[in-house]
Design a protein. Sequence first.
Length: 310
Amino acid sequence: MSILIDETTRVLVQGLTGAQGRRDTEFCMAYGTRMVAGVTPGKGGAEVLGVPVFNTVRAALASRPADAAVIYAPPLATRDAALESLDAGLKLLVVLAEFVPRHDTAVIAAAARAAGAVVVGCNTNGIISPGRSKLGGIGGERPEEVFLPGRIGIVSRSGGMSAELGLTLKAGGHGVSTCISMGGDVIPGTPMARHVELFMRDPGTDAVVIFGEPGTDNERGVAEMLRAGRCPKPVVALLAGEFQERYPPGVSFGHVAAMIANDDDRVSAKRRMLRDAGAHVVRRLDEIAPLLDRLLPRGGGIAALERSHG
């Protein structure tokens, strides 16, 4: 199984007529994602890749019901685009734009909480449930070379590391139920702990791998779940960025949120916190698959997935 998306998910694309929206949509459709409508104000009546384009989300949904929206609006238009989809009742938004103003991301996150919706992003490259569906640019043109179907969930603050984790699991004989590149902004649309919670409820996921960085309290939220006994499945944590502890605080490296503002933001502190809470903390990619083999002798590998379908 998977979380958030599968082969039945119907997707609306805000910004389908733009170059990036069109390119990603082409790859998603080739992967089997059900792209049902596009939305670009002023371009209603057009068609892209055989997908009809509407002026508004409500007009699109009236003609083509959808479950999720993937948003390619530019940074200063992202808030209005996201709120339009939330107001129309969509419960999953994937927001790709980088450099969305922080106040706008806070507004989007608050609106999503009030609506009971999940927002992946801002500043994400998407999500994928291997063999079922993908939204955004994650995996590129040939995602099957990176992500194999399986029973390990991934939540990563880095899009690039999402691919590295997928390849690492593949090389170690494990596949992925769903991979969420949650975005590297200071205020995520949905925090890491919420994604982990969804994996804990998914009968098709046996363990969760998280990738963390300096800054934000995302990893703290996962540690609080572990301490509260709300993680019945193993959580494996890989965190990078310890080198930042040698530099003055208040400087971001890479993602804007990867910044040490206080001692709790340090990777070394987060590793201790997660380990003390019961997570399995690793320092290298090549430690993950052998660890999962020990934790899940029958549960997380590709062979186990094949047995469950056989």
